[in-house]
Write a protein that binds this ligand. Structure first.
Ligand SMILES: [Zn+2]
Length: 243
Protein backbone atom coordinates (compact mmCIF):
# COMPACT_ATOMS: atom_id res chain seq x y z
CA UNK A 1 0.00 0.00 0.00
CA UNK A 2 2.70 2.43 1.03
CA UNK A 3 4.78 1.40 -1.99
CA UNK A 4 1.91 2.26 -4.33
CA UNK A 5 1.39 5.64 -2.73
CA UNK A 6 5.08 6.39 -3.19
CA UNK A 7 4.98 5.11 -6.78
CA UNK A 8 2.28 7.65 -7.60
CA UNK A 9 4.32 10.34 -5.90
CA UNK A 10 7.40 9.32 -7.83
CA UNK A 11 5.54 9.58 -11.12
CA UNK A 12 4.50 13.07 -10.10
CA UNK A 13 8.14 13.80 -9.38
CA UNK A 14 9.15 12.65 -12.90
CA UNK A 15 6.70 15.12 -14.40
CA UNK A 16 7.83 17.89 -12.05
CA UNK A 17 11.46 17.34 -13.07
CA UNK A 18 10.49 17.57 -16.74
CA UNK A 19 8.58 20.78 -16.04
CA UNK A 20 11.64 22.20 -14.32
CA UNK A 21 13.94 21.31 -17.25
CA UNK A 22 11.47 22.83 -19.68
CA UNK A 23 11.28 26.10 -17.69
CA UNK A 24 15.07 26.30 -17.58
CA UNK A 25 15.22 25.80 -21.33
CA UNK A 26 12.53 28.41 -21.93
CA UNK A 27 14.45 30.97 -19.86
CA UNK A 28 17.51 30.72 -22.10
CA UNK A 29 15.68 32.02 -25.16
CA UNK A 30 14.72 35.52 -23.97
CA UNK A 31 18.31 35.95 -22.75
CA UNK A 32 19.67 35.09 -26.19
CA UNK A 33 17.12 37.35 -27.86
CA UNK A 34 18.08 40.26 -25.60
CA UNK A 35 21.74 39.67 -26.40
CA UNK A 36 21.37 39.72 -30.20
CA UNK A 37 19.05 42.74 -29.97
CA UNK A 38 21.62 44.57 -27.85
CA UNK A 39 24.31 43.80 -30.45
CA UNK A 40 22.00 45.10 -33.19
CA UNK A 41 21.34 48.32 -31.23
CA UNK A 42 25.05 48.79 -30.68
CA UNK A 43 25.71 48.43 -34.43
CA UNK A 44 22.97 50.97 -35.12
CA UNK A 45 24.42 53.46 -32.60
CA UNK A 46 27.86 53.05 -34.18
CA UNK A 47 26.47 53.73 -37.65
CA UNK A 48 24.69 56.86 -36.37
CA UNK A 49 27.94 58.10 -34.80
CA UNK A 50 30.00 57.58 -37.98
CA UNK A 51 27.29 59.20 -40.11
CA UNK A 52 27.36 62.17 -37.73
CA UNK A 53 31.10 62.55 -38.23
CA UNK A 54 30.65 62.37 -42.00
CA UNK A 55 28.02 65.13 -41.85
CA UNK A 56 30.34 67.27 -39.68
CA UNK A 57 33.11 66.76 -42.22
CA UNK A 58 30.89 67.84 -45.13
CA UNK A 59 29.66 70.89 -43.23
CA UNK A 60 33.22 71.97 -42.37
CA UNK A 61 34.25 71.54 -45.99
CA UNK A 62 31.40 73.71 -47.27
CA UNK A 63 32.24 76.43 -44.73
CA UNK A 64 35.92 76.42 -45.75
CA UNK A 65 35.02 76.52 -49.42
CA UNK A 66 32.76 79.51 -48.88
CA UNK A 67 35.45 81.27 -46.85
CA UNK A 68 38.03 80.56 -49.54
CA UNK A 69 35.79 81.95 -52.25
CA UNK A 70 35.10 85.17 -50.32
CA UNK A 71 38.75 85.68 -49.47
CA UNK A 72 39.83 85.07 -53.07
CA UNK A 73 37.39 87.71 -54.32
CA UNK A 74 38.73 90.10 -51.70
CA UNK A 75 42.31 89.44 -52.79
CA UNK A 76 41.39 90.01 -56.45
CA UNK A 77 39.66 93.28 -55.63
CA UNK A 78 42.52 94.56 -53.45
CA UNK A 79 45.17 93.58 -56.00
CA UNK A 80 43.43 95.60 -58.71
CA UNK A 81 43.35 98.59 -56.34
CA UNK A 82 47.02 98.38 -55.37
CA UNK A 83 48.14 100.46 -58.37
CA UNK A 84 45.54 103.16 -57.75
CA UNK A 85 46.94 103.95 -54.30
CA UNK A 86 48.58 107.30 -53.92
CA UNK A 87 50.89 107.05 -50.93
CA UNK A 88 53.46 104.39 -49.99
CA UNK A 89 51.82 104.20 -46.60
CA UNK A 90 48.46 103.27 -48.06
CA UNK A 91 50.20 100.78 -50.34
CA UNK A 92 52.06 99.14 -47.46
CA UNK A 93 48.86 98.90 -45.40
CA UNK A 94 46.93 97.19 -48.20
CA UNK A 95 49.87 94.94 -49.02
CA UNK A 96 49.88 93.78 -45.40
CA UNK A 97 46.11 93.08 -45.53
CA UNK A 98 46.66 91.14 -48.74
CA UNK A 99 49.32 89.06 -47.09
CA UNK A 100 46.99 88.14 -44.24
CA UNK A 101 44.17 87.27 -46.65
CA UNK A 102 46.47 85.06 -48.72
CA UNK A 103 47.58 83.21 -45.59
CA UNK A 104 43.93 82.69 -44.61
CA UNK A 105 43.33 81.28 -48.10
CA UNK A 106 46.23 78.94 -47.80
CA UNK A 107 45.04 77.65 -44.42
CA UNK A 108 41.51 77.14 -45.77
CA UNK A 109 42.91 75.37 -48.81
CA UNK A 110 44.95 73.01 -46.65
CA UNK A 111 41.97 72.35 -44.42
CA UNK A 112 39.82 71.50 -47.45
CA UNK A 113 42.43 69.00 -48.64
CA UNK A 114 42.62 67.43 -45.18
CA UNK A 115 38.82 67.23 -44.97
CA UNK A 116 38.67 65.60 -48.42
CA UNK A 117 41.05 62.87 -47.26
CA UNK A 118 39.09 62.37 -44.05
CA UNK A 119 35.87 62.26 -46.09
CA UNK A 120 37.08 59.24 -48.05
CA UNK A 121 38.03 57.49 -44.82
CA UNK A 122 34.68 58.27 -43.18
CA UNK A 123 32.79 57.06 -46.26
CA UNK A 124 34.52 53.70 -45.89
CA UNK A 125 33.67 53.59 -42.19
CA UNK A 126 29.99 54.34 -42.91
CA UNK A 127 29.86 51.55 -45.48
CA UNK A 128 31.45 49.09 -43.04
CA UNK A 129 29.04 50.16 -40.27
CA UNK A 130 26.06 49.78 -42.63
CA UNK A 131 27.16 46.27 -43.50
CA UNK A 132 27.72 45.36 -39.83
CA UNK A 133 24.23 46.59 -38.96
CA UNK A 134 22.68 44.65 -41.85
CA UNK A 135 24.38 41.49 -40.55
CA UNK A 136 23.15 42.05 -36.99
CA UNK A 137 19.64 42.75 -38.26
CA UNK A 138 19.71 39.50 -40.23
CA UNK A 139 20.72 37.61 -37.07
CA UNK A 140 17.84 39.18 -35.11
CA UNK A 141 15.37 38.35 -37.89
CA UNK A 142 16.57 34.77 -38.32
CA UNK A 143 17.21 33.79 -34.70
CA UNK A 144 14.24 35.78 -33.47
CA UNK A 145 11.94 33.66 -35.66
CA UNK A 146 13.69 30.47 -34.52
CA UNK A 147 13.36 31.43 -30.86
CA UNK A 148 9.68 32.23 -31.32
CA UNK A 149 9.02 28.83 -32.90
CA UNK A 150 11.05 27.11 -30.19
CA UNK A 151 9.16 28.90 -27.41
CA UNK A 152 5.82 27.94 -28.94
CA UNK A 153 6.94 24.31 -28.98
CA UNK A 154 8.06 24.51 -25.35
CA UNK A 155 4.74 26.07 -24.36
CA UNK A 156 2.86 23.24 -26.07
CA UNK A 157 4.88 20.64 -24.19
CA UNK A 158 4.40 22.56 -20.95
CA UNK A 159 0.61 22.50 -21.39
CA UNK A 160 0.57 18.72 -21.78
CA UNK A 161 2.93 18.23 -18.82
CA UNK A 162 0.70 20.40 -16.64
CA UNK A 163 -2.28 18.29 -17.68
CA UNK A 164 -0.35 15.12 -16.82
CA UNK A 165 0.60 16.64 -13.47
CA UNK A 166 -3.02 17.37 -12.68
CA UNK A 167 -4.01 13.82 -13.54
CA UNK A 168 -1.28 12.38 -11.25
CA UNK A 169 -2.14 14.76 -8.41
CA UNK A 170 -5.62 13.24 -8.23
CA UNK A 171 -4.06 9.81 -7.78
CA UNK A 172 -1.81 10.93 -4.93
CA UNK A 173 -2.50 11.09 -1.24
CA UNK A 174 -3.20 14.76 -0.44
CA UNK A 175 -1.22 14.90 2.82
CA UNK A 176 1.74 13.19 1.14
CA UNK A 177 1.64 15.73 -1.69
CA UNK A 178 1.94 18.60 0.76
CA UNK A 179 4.96 17.01 2.37
CA UNK A 180 6.37 16.16 -1.05
CA UNK A 181 6.10 19.80 -2.14
CA UNK A 182 7.91 20.94 0.99
CA UNK A 183 10.78 18.46 0.58
CA UNK A 184 11.03 19.16 -3.14
CA UNK A 185 11.54 22.85 -2.49
CA UNK A 186 14.17 22.25 0.18
CA UNK A 187 16.01 19.46 -1.66
CA UNK A 188 16.48 20.77 -5.17
CA UNK A 189 13.50 19.05 -6.82
CA UNK A 190 14.11 15.49 -5.59
CA UNK A 191 11.78 14.33 -2.82
CA UNK A 192 11.29 10.61 -3.51
CA UNK A 193 14.41 8.46 -3.79
CA UNK A 194 15.39 4.79 -3.83
CA UNK A 195 17.52 3.02 -1.26
CA UNK A 196 20.05 0.78 -2.99
CA UNK A 197 22.21 -1.58 -0.94
CA UNK A 198 21.31 0.30 2.24
CA UNK A 199 22.31 3.70 0.75
CA UNK A 200 19.88 6.57 0.25
CA UNK A 201 20.28 7.72 -3.39
CA UNK A 202 19.23 11.21 -2.39
CA UNK A 203 22.08 11.97 -0.01
CA UNK A 204 24.35 8.94 -0.60
CA UNK A 205 24.41 8.06 3.11
CA UNK A 206 23.59 4.69 4.64
CA UNK A 207 20.34 4.27 6.50
CA UNK A 208 20.13 2.10 9.64
CA UNK A 209 19.89 -1.66 8.74
CA UNK A 210 16.64 -2.08 10.68
CA UNK A 211 15.10 0.74 8.66
CA UNK A 212 16.29 -0.90 5.44
CA UNK A 213 14.52 -4.09 6.51
CA UNK A 214 11.36 -2.18 7.35
CA UNK A 215 11.46 -0.63 3.91
CA UNK A 216 11.18 -4.05 2.32
CA UNK A 217 8.78 -5.74 4.72
CA UNK A 218 6.96 -2.91 6.47
CA UNK A 219 3.95 -1.02 5.28
CA UNK A 220 4.64 2.52 6.40
CA UNK A 221 6.04 5.43 4.50
CA UNK A 222 9.56 6.21 5.65
CA UNK A 223 11.87 9.15 5.18
CA UNK A 224 15.68 9.20 5.17
CA UNK A 225 16.94 10.15 8.66
CA UNK A 226 19.63 12.28 7.05
CA UNK A 227 18.02 14.18 4.12
CA UNK A 228 14.36 13.58 5.07
CA UNK A 229 13.35 12.52 1.57
CA UNK A 230 10.77 9.79 1.05
CA UNK A 231 12.61 6.52 0.57
CA UNK A 232 11.64 3.18 -0.94
CA UNK A 233 13.56 -0.06 -1.42
CA UNK A 234 14.90 -0.42 -4.94
CA UNK A 235 14.25 -3.73 -6.57
CA UNK A 236 17.38 -5.84 -6.53
CA UNK A 237 18.94 -5.99 -10.02
CA UNK A 238 19.17 -9.81 -9.77
CA UNK A 239 15.53 -10.21 -8.83
CA UNK A 240 14.54 -7.91 -11.66
CA UNK A 241 16.60 -10.01 -14.11
CA UNK A 242 14.80 -13.20 -13.00
CA UNK A 243 11.33 -11.86 -13.62
ZN1 LIG B 1 18.97 10.62 2.33
Amino acid sequence: MSREKLKALEELQQVDLKIRDLSNEAEKHPTRLRQIEAERNQARAHLDAVRGRLADNERARRQNEQLLQLEKEKVRKWESRLNELKTPREYAALARELDIAKKTNQTADEEIKRLALEHGELKKQVEAAEQALAEKEAVVAREGAEIKTELEGLQGRMVSLEAERKRLLDLCDRSLVNKYERIRKQRGGLAVVAVVGGTCKGCQRNIPPQMANNLITGNEILTCPNCHRFIYAAEEPQAAANV
